[in-house]
Structure formats: structure tokens, C-alpha cells
Design a protein around this ligand. Structure first.
Ligand code: GDP
Ligand code: MG
Length: 598
């Protein structure tokens, strides 16, 4: 295939704006699958992904398109994940392309993440083609949304394609535009092999599968290859393309996209962003910008039944095979027993892993409130990374504490700017910029402590703006803050899994609120339960869960059989998420109560 007849592109779209539906239309138009094979949304492989509507792992499809000029073109669609937690993967997908479709729901308008991703595409010199999707909806306002794209993103949108992925409108027009406007890839077919790992995933039978964009040279069956970031070498077993069915080829040539299988045991052997080269004739240097993706959010995961510890370990090991950004190590909690401290890219990543452990591996877990990584400087001149609040050194040893900050861009309708600013200020944010657009939206830029963002910031932002605000963020670095550890004591015993690191100004308020919440969550027992919040040895709040009077239980277990059964079922249900801490039973909600204190 001549380079002239290749087009590599991504789709930038906010969740639900129609990326998967559109991709399916392309596959249909290009005849990649027989009609009976067209399951709904073939591009999203995992069930969980379908339910949540999130594309977790980038995938690609090769489309063979016969254009109006009579020529057949190879269109490589490189799918991008749609959430900020995976922004590094988005940037790798974009680097592998010469063009991008910016798909915007014509009944909604532009969202912050699409703005950020489009900026990135423009930065990488991609040709961006705006597409207004869902024009079949009566509420579609293509002219207003075009104005918004021009105003907020700053790219020409007058000749944006008006499309409906659902009704099949504008599909060929988009494909024609890709052929006409996106430049063909450049590359030296004779040079030493250089291929970018855009994505990698674990296959039970094949080991790691790497999705690559070949920049120079070729990747062939039987070739000895080297991963440039790790220096590890492998022999290529299979190369091929997704159509979306996998189809084997003899080689992948410069300018092309496809998968490489090389007996790599785990995804660590083929990291996203790494460069593959020929082991015998290596490229002098790797492609720029490889980044080790580091977890930013940590939480403790504990089985509710201690005999599930081994199962949890095996399940984490399996998930990790496919996800090199997931970290875990054994951790022991005085309150919760044996479990794991896990590191995630963000809160969404954490929720996905949790859900998969429970759903696919049938585990019942207690999860502690997520925390960020603090840098603690001690008087002895050491710097300690603290991923668990319970492990914060004693006050007397601490010189200072630094916490991570993020730079967040929030796009919100003008009428709701006031509320968003109030929330950001409450979350210790510092305003950096405020940009009013003519299209009625405002871009609010804040520097926010990540610790506040991983609690309930997104949820509150979404609910207070009825879902109209959208957010994009990036890590902006560490800064010193006046932080203290807030402990919770239940009947005088510190429950380590409930400790939190909070700003001193909020400590009293948070302590009081948390104690109050726990009082409502911890079931009454035959004795009084004292709940205290403390800073060091100083108790700042106290609540009591009163003992049950004997006759209450007696009444519950009275004659009514159905009621009794219901009660027992309810208890059984409830038990799943309970943990015995000393003589007190604490429900799962209690461990996450700190997330919803506002
Ligand atoms: P993604 O999250 O960007 O991949 O979005 P999906 O392709 O999953 O689409 C989200 C929802 O919008 C689904 O319910 C689709 O059926 C619907 N949808 C997609 N395209 C259109 C369209 O052109 N018109 C209408 N009315 N609905 C659409
Ligand atoms: Mg999708």
C-alpha cells in the first residue's frame, strides 16, 4: 500500500456524543463486517465498558474505503479513551495520527475534555475535522454549536459536517473529508524500524498484544525486536490488523497501524508510549515523550471475609496483567486485617477496578477513602512518600508537608458560574483565569488541591450544574500546605482505615461532620459505642451510638414470619459489607463517609 493512500485518524468526543456509534457506521460503510456480525458497538469490547459507555482501552480498526475518486484508501481509526484519568493514552493515540474528527453532539455543545484533546491534536499538527453529530434530534442547534466550536476551541467550524450516526446521515461525507483533508503519513520505509506502542492489552492465549503505529521501516513476522524504554528483546510471532476482526499479515509497513504479538508475557513488556525497534538494526533514538504512567490516587482494598485474601491477590494479579498503571502491595490494617494498598490513575480508574473485582471475580470488598500521595519532609532531612494517612509520621517529626495540585479547566454555562466558583473556593482552589465566550459558556480555570478533587468534587460539580459543567485537569505539581491527620476512635481505639489527611482550617468541621455521619451509619448494639474524632491526642468531636434496649430486638423477632424472614435477608445482605472492628461492626459506607462530608 502506497503511503499516499493511507489516512490515520482518531475521534475526539466527549462521552455519549456518539463516537462508538459513528465508528460502527464507518465499519458498516466500509464492509468490515457482514451485517449479521454487526453487534451493537463492536468497538467497545468489554461489557463494563458498554454499560458505562466508556472506552477504557484504545482499539483500532482498519477500514478499506473506496472514495468518490475511485481510489481505495486504508483508513486507520485509532480509538481514544474518553476520560481524563486516561489522558496519557489519549495523547499517545493522537501522536500516531495525522488527523482527528472532533465529534460534538449538536444538541449539547462543546465539553471541556474535547477542548483539551483538540488543543493537543492541534499541538501535534493534526488536521481536525469538526463533525456535528445527532442532527436528527429536534433539539439540535448546529449553528449555535458551530459558533461555540469556533469561540471556545478556536478552529474553523463553518464547514463542519452535519451528521447523524444513528440515522446514517453524513457518513460518506465524513469519510470523503478524511481522504481529502488529512495528509497521508510520512515515513521512511527503508529506515531502521521504529513503531510507537499506542496501546497494549493482555490476551489469555497470546500474552501482551501491542497496537502500534509504524513510523519507519517495518515490523515483520520472525523479526527480533527491542523495546527501547526497557531494552527487552522479543521475537515477533504475529502481526496483523483489526478489521475489526483480527487479520494476520506478513508485515506492518511504515505509515501503517496494526498489532504485534511477540511472546511478551505481560503488558509491562509493551508499555504504552514505548518505541519498538529492530534488535539487529536499532533506530538511533526512540520516539519522543515516553512517560511512565504513575498512579495518583491510592486506597486500601480489603476482603470483607478474611479467607478471600488469596483470591483478591490472584484477581489483582490478573487485572494487573492488562493494566500496567494499576499498582498494589500487601498492607495490614489494625482495623481491617490483611488487604492491599492499590494505586490508580484517578478516581474513575479506581471505581472501574473495584467494580471489576467485585463483578468478574465475585469478591466482597471494603474500600477505604481514596487519598493522594503526600510528600512529608522530616526534621532529619528525609522526604517520605505517604500513600496512606495512617502512616503519616508523628507531628513532632514533621518539618512540612506538600500535597499535589491540579490545574482544572471547567466549562460551564454563564448562569452557573457563581456556583462553580463557590465550590472551587470551598475546595481551597485558587482562581487562575475566567474566560467568557460569546456562545454563553465560561471557561473557569482553577488550581485545586488534588485531595479535594478525589473526594466529591466531580459529583458535586455535576449535580449542582445538572450535568452541564465539564472538566478537564492535569497535575500541576506539589506545594506545601498546612495539613494534619484526623483520626477516628471507636470505643477509644483508633480505626486506622478511617484516618484522613485534611487541611488544618477544615479539621474541626470535618471531624465533627464525620463523627456525626458515623453515628448514623454504625448499627446500634447491646452497649454504647463512643465515636471520637481527634487531632493527635486532642479530641475534637464526640458522638455516641446508644445501646439497643432489649425489648426492641425482642419485638423484631416476634411472631410475624414474613417480617422475620425479610429482616434476616436484609441482615444477610448487609453483612456482606460489614467489618467487625474489635467488638463493633462497621459498615462499608462508613469507610467512604469521608468522601461526602461537605
Ligand atoms: P460514545 O460514548 O461517544 O461512544 O457515544 P455512543 O456512540 O455510545 O452514543 C451515545 C448515545 O447517543 C447512544 O444512546 C446512541 O444511540 C446515541 N447516539 C449516537 N449517535 C446518535 C445520533 O446521531 N442521533 C441520536 N439521536 N442519537 C445518537
Ligand atoms: Mg463509546
Amino acid at each position: 500500500m502506497k503511503l499516499d493512500n493511507i489516512r490515520n485518524f482518531s475521534i475526539i468526543a466527549h462521552i455519549d456524543h456518539g463516537k462508538s456509534t459513528l465508528a460502527d457506521r464507518f465499519i458498516q460503510e466500509c464492509g468490515g463486517l457482514a451485517d449479521r456480525e454487526m453487534a451493537d458497538q463492536v468497538l467497545d469490547g468489554m461489557d463494563l465498558e458498554r454499560e458505562r459507555g466508556i472506552t477504557i482501552k484504545a482499539q483500532s480498526v482498519r477500514l478499506l474505503y473506496t472514495a468518490d475518486d475511485g481510489e481505495t484508501y486504508t483508513l486507520n481509526l485509532i480509538d481514544t479513551p474518553g476520560h481524563v484519568d486516561f489522558s496519557y493514552e489519549v495523547s499517545r493515540s493522537l501522536v500516531a495520527c495525522e488527523g482527528a474528527l472532533l465529534v460534538v453532539d449538536a444538541s449539547q455543545g462543546v465539553e471541556a475534555q474535547s477542548v483539551a484533546n483538540t488543543y493537543q491534536a492541534v499541538e501535534y499538527d493534526l488536521e481536525v475535522i469538526p463533525v456535528l453529530n445527532k442532527i436528527d434530534l429536534p433539539s439540535a442547534e448546529p449553528e449555535r454549536v458551530k459558533g461555540e466550536i469556533e469561540e471556545v476551541i478556536g478552529i474553523e467550524a463553518e464547514d463542519a459536517v452535519e451528521a447523524s450516526a444513528k440515522e446514517g446521515i453524513g457518513i460518506r461525507e465524513i469519510l470523503e473529508r478524511l481522504v481529502r483533508d488529512v495528509p497521508p503519513p510520512e515515513g521512511d520505509p527503508e529506515g531502521p524500524a521504529k513503531a510507537l506502542v499506542v496501546d497494549s492489552w493482555y490476551d489469555k492465549y497470546q500474552g501482551a498484544v501491542a497496537l502500534v503505529r509504524v513510523m519507519n521501516g517495518s515490523i515483520r513476522k520472525g523479526q527480533r525486536i527491542q523495546m527501547m524504554a526497557t531494552g527487552r528483546t522479543f521475537t515477533v510471532g504475529t502481526v496483523g490488523v483489526m478489521t475489526p476482526k483480527p487479520v494476520e499479515l506478513d508485515s506492518l509497513e511504515a505509515g501503517g497501524v496494526g498489532f504485534v504479538i511477540a511472546g511478551i508475557k505481560d503488558v509491562d513488556g509493551a508499555k504504552v508510549g514505548d518505541t519498538i525497534t529492530d534488535a539487529e538494526r536499532p533506530a538511533p533514538e526512540p520516539l519522543p515523550g515516553f512517560q511512565e504512567v504513575k498512579p495518583q490516587v491510592f486506597a486500601g482494598l480489603y476482603p470483607t471475609e478474611s479467607d478471600q485474601y488469596e483470591e483478591l491477590r490472584d484477581a489483582l494479579a490478573k487485572l494487573r496483567l492488562n493494566d500496567s498503571s494499576l499498582q498494589y502491595e500487601p498492607e495490614t490494617s489494625h482495623a481491617l486485617g490483611f488487604g492491599f494498598r492499590c494505586g490508580f490513575l484517578g478516581k474513575l480508574h479506581m471505581e472501574i477496578i473495584q467494580e471489576r473485582l467485585e463483578r468478574e471475580y465475585d469478591l466482597d470488598l471494603i474500600t477505604t477513602a481514596p487519598t493522594v500521595v503526600y510528600l512529608v519532609h522530616t526534621h532529619t532531612g528525609e522526604t517520605v512518600r505517604v500513600e496512606n494517612p495512617a502512616e503519616l509520621p508523628e507531628v513532632g517529626e514533621i518539618e512540612s508537608i506538600e500535597e499535589p495540585f491540579m490545574l482544572a479547566n471547567i466549562l460551564v454555562p454563564q448562569s452557573q458560574v457563581g456556583e462553580v466558583i463557590r465550590l472551587a473556593e470551598e475546595k481551597r482552589g485558587r482562581q487562575k483565569n475566567l474566560h467568557y465566550t460569546n456562545a454563553g459558556q465560561v471557561m473557569v480555570t482553577y488550581e485545586l488541591p488534588m485531595n479535594e478533587v478525589v473526594t466529591d468534587f466531580f459529583e458535586r460539580l455535576k449535580s449542582m450544574t445538572s450535568g452541564y459543567a465539564s472538566i478537564d485537569y492535569e497535575l500541576s505539581g506539589y506545594q506545601a500546605s498546612d495539613l494534619v491527620r484526623l483520626d477516628i476512635l471507636v470505643n477509644e481505639d483508633r480505626v486506622d482505615a478511617l484516618s484522613l489527611i485534611v487541611h488544618r482550617d477544615q479539621a474541626y468541621y470535618r471531624g465533627r461532620e464525620l463523627a456525626k455521619k458515623l453515628k448514623d451509619m454504625i448499627p446500634r448494639q447491646m452497649f454504647d459505642i463512643a465515636i471520637q474524632a481527634s487531632l493527635g491526642s486532642r479530641v475534637i468531636a464526640r458522638e455516641t451510638v446508644k445501646a439497643l434496649r432489649k425489648n426492641v430486638t425482642a419485638k423484631c423477632y416476634g411472631g410475624d414470619v414474613t417480617r422475620k424472614r425479610k429482616l434476616m435477608e436484609k441482615q444477610k445482605e448487609g453483612k456482606k459489607r460489614m467489618k467487625q472492628v474489635g467488638s463493633v461492626t462497621i459498615p462499608q459506607e462508613a469507610f467512604l463517609a469521608a468522601l461526602s462530608v461537605d
